[in-house]
Design a protein. Structure first.
Length: 77
C-alpha cells in the first residue's frame, strides 16, 4: 500500500507556543503491536488473522456480521 501524502501538510495555528521551538522526535519501529478488536456493542468481532501473523497496513484483521459493527484494519505494517 502506498504512503498517502498531500501537498503543504497541515498547519493549524492553535497552541504551538509550547512546542514550536522543540526538535522533531522520531518514533522507533516496533516488531509487534497489539490491536484491540472488541467493540462497545453489537455482535462479537471474529479475528481473521492469528497471533504472530504478518499483516500489511490497511489489511482487514477482524470482521463481524450484523448491524452496528465495523471491520478492524491493521493500522501499520
Amino acid at each position: 500500500m502506498d504512503k498517502k501524502t498531500f501537498r503543504g501538510g497541515a498547519h493549524p495555528p492553535e497552541r504551538k507556543e509550547r512546542t514550536s521551538e522543540l526538535p522533531i522526535e522520531y518514533v522507533r519501529s516496533v516488531k509487534q503491536v497489539v490491536v484491540p478488536v472488541n467493540q462497545h456493542f453489537g455482535p462479537p468481532i471474529q479475528p481473521l488473522v492469528k497471533v504472530g501473523d504478518s499483516v500489511k497496513r490497511g489489511q482487514k484483521i477482524a470482521d463481524a456480521e450484523g448491524r452496528m459493527t465495523v471491520p478492524v484494519h491493521a493500522p501499520i505494517s
